[in-house]
Design a protein around this ligand. Sequence first.
Ligand SMILES: [Zn+2]
Length: 135
Amino acid sequence: MEEYTKPLPIRDERSAPFFDGLLDGELRLQHCLACDQWMWPVTLRCRHCLSDQLEWKASAGKGTLYSFALVHQIYHPGFADEIPYNVAFVDLDEGVRVTTNIVGTPNDELAIGSRVELATELVTHDMALAKFRVV
Ligand SMILES: [Zn+2]
């Protein structure tokens, strides 16, 4: 595996189920057992009903491209070879919005409203990132 030179997310006790899911090819999110709502980012209590009865559950990993921006500035040397790169907001079918990158489609062909699906990217032996591709 080629050395990954970009900053990595911080995996901690609370976010471990999310990152473990990505290593298994799943987008696992917290789901409220009391009101059946999904949550992102990681939280201690349901944002809808304040219950602490949350479970980790695999989402379908499908959604719609809500919006995106192209980054032209090199904020970190690890991104120098990829500018401009996209930063996208995807509305998952479960009702939460995630920040991600769209892969496999040239930036000038990205279209708001496109259907997308999870495309995990293994970047180190124990870290995968949640990216999306147009379907
Ligand atoms: Zn709830």
